[in-house]
Design a protein around this ligand. Sequence first.
Ligand code: DSN
Length: 419
Amino acid sequence: MPSWKEPSLAQVDPEIAKLIEDEQRLEARTIRLIPSENYASRAVIEASGSLLANKYSEGYARKRYYEGQQIVDAVEELAIARMKQLFSVEHVNVQPYSGSPANLAVYFAFCKPGDTIMGLGLPSGGHLTHGWSVSISGAYFKAVQYGVRESDQRIDMDQVRDLAKQHRPKLLWCGGSAYPRLLDFQAFRDIATEVGAILVADIAHIAGLIAGGVHPSPNLVADVITTTTHKTLRGPRGGMIMCKKEHAAAIDKAVFPGLQGGPHNHTTASIAVAAHEALQPSFKVYAQQVVDNSKALASALFERGYHVTTGGTDNHLALIDLSKQGVPGKVAAKALDRAGIVLNYNSVPFDKRKPFDPSGVRIGTPAITSRGMKEPEMARVAEWMHRVIAKTDDDKTIDAVRGEVEEFCKAFPAPGIPT
Ligand code: DSN
């Protein structure tokens, strides 16, 4: 093995080295319930931190604008081949820098500014890039937003159909960031076909569940599928677009040269590693446990008197409406953070409070499941949450929970963090 003659990060920049170590400690000692987060494996992190970042590779394998692509082409082809196998899709572009650029590339491939597009509204659990007013997708397109029913907080497919027939969108999005139920991809397909829309499934949150076979896949019905690679899929921070062959040229052209410059080759390598890991039988077990844990955590909170929107969850996340407890979501989130339980405050459907100070919190189990936690541990997490939410301004309770959480975390080493 060659050895280093150069000084290490700790020697060159002890300040940043220490901050990275501090983050490692924080991630190791806390219970991380943010549903869009996870622990990437050491292998994924190694590839992601590799010198492949040195290389410029505008274009696609065998059609680049720079020389010296012998290795990068092989890396990108491997990432594509593995992702095609994992998701059973015809075409994959692994170059989008993350989820929002992936979605922007889809707009660029199919729409002109001013065209009508449709997506799930942010207050109903949708994503900013599906047409919300403050996003470029809401500003440059005529965005129609569908929502969830007030009675059960589930997507109202009748409303989706009515709005689609009325507005005839060019693009119809399904997917979101805070929707705890299965998506009926076939029903979206039928509506898209009826109105002549391109159906795009944004599976960023549930990609790992689909890869693990515990959520239906949109692969046979959606025209285009976008995703990030770092959430339930447990890869590096990155994005991906999958599509039918007929849309491959439009998508590739929209990503490069349409939207981006050189791909992040270190990320591409790391995406290939994540695909390799997700193709192992153990990933199916992981995905199932994520959902089992999510259901167990949601029920344990429900049993303690919390309102779980939609009455539960089918996937990796749940939304808890704290109105009944009289504790604003932000107050709860900040107290829990002090107690070592990290989540985010979140609007709930038909929230009477403002998005920056909403009524709920969002919880998810991808990260804690990566640490090997199972149903019995979910009961403990719910109990700690309950103790803190009941006494958000009591430092004694918060300190006590923090101590117990830190002790508990020691028994569940996190992937990617040396012990
Ligand atoms: N920020 C991501 C999430 O937390 O769901 C979505 O982009």
